[in-house]
Design a protein around this ligand. Structure first.
Ligand SMILES: [Cu+2]
Length: 158
């Protein structure tokens, strides 16, 4: 019995360790928006459109996100759980220009992002401009979480 409890505790700690970290880059990853820095510089950051998402009970709420192309956007991700989560959305990240990632007292400047972590109990903000139209899927980057329901879709519209 004790061994079983230990095994469960160990696997939970592995899950927590796999949510990843923030990876913001100023070197162009292949396929990403090449003029992202210009797009960021040309956008109006005084009043970005705010989209607020809460992670709770193994779900992103809401699970369908709609953004407007070429609009300065502030995506607020609230982790209302006691475990780490992350946003895995490679195709979406490829198509956006990132102003910054904010949270935990830090501001990481873009203009490209490859992964985004949302640690337990924290709030992360992704300030960005959708640079291309598209429909994308996203899921939690923590192992096992997508199959529990932590997934959704993103639409970038006019
Ligand atoms: Cu998760």
């Amino acid at each position: 019995m004790t061994l079983r409890v230990l095994a469960v505790a160990f696997s939970l700690s592995l899950l927590a360790a796999c949510a990843g970290s923030d990876s913001v880059s100023n070197r162009l990853p292949p396929g990403f928006v090449s003029n992202a820095a210009e797009i960021v510089a040309g956008a109006d950051w005084a009043a970005p459109e705010e989209v607020r998402i809460t992670i709770a009970d193994h779900a992103f709420r809401p699970a369908e996100w709609v953004f407007h192309r070429d609009r300065a956007t502030r995506l607020v991700l609230v982790n209302a759980t006691e475990s780490d989560h992350g946003l895995k959305a490679r195709a979406f990240f490829t198509d956006i220009a990132v102003e910054s990632v904010r949270g935990g007292g830090q501001v990481l400047k873009g203009p490209w992002i490859e992964s985004l972590a949302i640690p337990a109990g924290e709030t992360k903000e992704l300030w960005f401009v959708p640079a291309r139209f598209g429909s994308y899927s996203f899921e939690c980057s923590a192992v096992g979480h997508p199959s529990l329901g932590e997934r959704g879709v993103i639409d970038v519209v006019r």
